[in-house]
Design a protein around this ligand. Structure first.
Ligand code: ZN
Length: 82
C-alpha cells in the first residue's frame, strides 16, 4: 500500500531515510515531510520507533563500553539489511 498523497513521501523513501531522520541529518522540509508520513502510516511509525529505541540502546551501550567505529558501522549495516 503506497501512501504518497500530500506529504510527497512514500513508505520506501521514509524507510530509506530513516537513519538520516533519526540522526537529524535531513533538511527541515524533508524532516517535516517524513514526520508527516509516519504520523499517518503505522507500519512506518512502528519501524521508526523500533529503530529509535534500538539506536538509543546501542548508543548508550557504545558510550559505556567504547565500541570502535567499525563495529558500530557493522551494526548499522546489519540493521539496514533487515
Ligand atoms: Zn509508510
Amino acid at each position: 500500500m503506497e501512501q504518497t498523497n500530500s506529504s510527497g513521501v512514500d513508505c520506501r523513501e521514509s524507510i530509506a531515510r530513516l537513519y538520516e531522520f533519526l540522526d537529524n541529518e535531513l533538511c527541515s522540509t524533508d524532516q517535516a515531510a517524513i514526520k508527516r508520513h509516519i504520523e499517518h502510516c503505522s507500519p512506518c511509525l512502528e519501524a521508526f520507533e523500533f529503530e529509535a529505541e534500538l539506536k538509543a540502546m546501542i548508543r548508550s551501550r557504545l558510550r559505556k563500553e567504547g565500541v570502535p567505529l567499525e563495529v558500530k558501522e557493522k551494526i548499522r549495516r546489519a540493521l539496514a539489511a533487515e
